[in-house]
Design a protein around this ligand. Structure first.
Ligand code: ZN
Length: 338
């Protein structure tokens, strides 16, 4: 039996900095299950999972975290497996599909560049995922941080996403994420070339720090099929930038629960890069009794600060927190379809 415990600080942050700006209905566009049996080297490939509250994440456990962190809202979401380099991909994909389909939750299919296209098309037809999910750790032939978009997901796979009207959840590479000129040129070109493929730029285009977000919004096209999600970003400057300069109809609330944001800590800017910072890493000054809250709350508090600072009206907050995501995944949210 696992129990999620909130401290007085957690509750104070939720009630004063988050809850007043949340609707009672949420669509979490970026979540992960993680089945330990499908990750033989998990302790090495995902050190954050070395915590009994953050590993073995099946759908009931994801729901338990939604309930604990967002107790006043009904939450649904889009669910993915967990991309570690050692993941047993077919097995984890089938487990995710098996848990999500009966509950009419849209889910993603993990893909790697070398996947056989005819097998992938057969899987799309049989399992009916809403999303293809590539990841940097599956890139072959070059350092993963140098990968272009089509090194993450080759055009043959994009063409399949286009044919079936699927989304692609992109965690783009390069040190500046979507602030990188090559990534921007690639997305602008590919979104026009594959108009039925829905490009979701995870983590505000993997812009965890403000200068990268500023570069992204200068050049990124507004297009029906380019979206970004808010997951795991903990920097209010990033949210102020995208909320002010990007299309609010294309911004999707997402958390990145469970393993990547339910630890106590934060994703912090240090110069021109960003890093995971856990409670255990911090040497505290002055004998304070306060301890870290969940990274998920740090991200939500930053997002809600930006929403209220910019006086984003309730209608647009509802778009971001559920209507945009429900619209994007509408045909996967109805039982017995498509
Ligand atoms: Zn993620």
């Amino acid at each position: 039996m696992r129990t999620i415990t909130l401290t007085d600080d957690d509750r104070s942050i939720y009630h004063t900095e988050i809850a007043p700006w949340l609707p009672t209905r949420l669509f979490d566009a970026h979540t992960h299950l993680l089945f330990n049996d499908c990750h033989p080297r998990l302790a090495e490939t995902m050190p954050l999972a070395n915590d009994p509250l953050l590993d073995n994440v099946d759908l009931p456990w994801l729901r338990a975290w939604w309930k604990a962190l967002l107790p006043d809202s009904e939450v649904r979401g889009m669910v993915m497996g967990f991309p570690t380099v050692d993941v047993m991909m077919p097995e984890e994909n089938r487990l995710v599909a098996g848990q999500c389909r009966p509950e009419a939750l849209p889910f993603a299919w993990l893909v790697k560049p070398s996947d056989d296209l005819s097998q992938l098309e057969a899987d799309i037809q049989e399992f009916k995922p809403a999303v293809l999910k590539p990841y940097m750790c599956f890139v072959e032939g070059k350092p993963m941080n140098d990968a272009n978009v089509t090194d993450l997901i080759p055009e043959g796979q994009l063409a399949l996403a286009d044919k079936y009207g699927l989304a692609v959840m992109l965690h783009v590479a390069k040190p500046q994420g979507m602030g990188d000129a090559d990534n921007l040129a690639d997305i602008n070109r590919l979104a026009a070339q594959y108009p039925q493929c829905q490009f979701i730029l995870a983590h505000c285009g993997r812009c965890f720090i403000t200068p990268n977000a500023e570069r992204m919004v200068e050049t990124l096209h507004r297009a029906d099929n380019i979206w970004m999600d808010t997951s795991a970003v903990c920097d209010a400057g990033v949210f102020l930038t995208v909320l002010k300069h990007y299309d609010r109809k294309k911004i999707l609330f997402g958390t990145d629960l469970v393993t990547a944001v339910a630890f106590r800590g934060n994703y912090v800017r240090m110069g021109l890069s960003w890093h995971v910072c856990t409670d255990e890493m911090v040497s505290r000054q002055g004998g304070t009794a306060h301890r870290s809250t969940f990274a998920a709350y740090e991200g939500l508090a930053a997002l809600c600060f930006a929403l209220r600072f910019l006086e984003v009206p309730e209608e647009e907050r509802n778009d971001i927190f559920y209507r945009n995501g429900e619209g994007l995944f509408q045909r996967f949210l109805e039982p017995n379809t498509p």
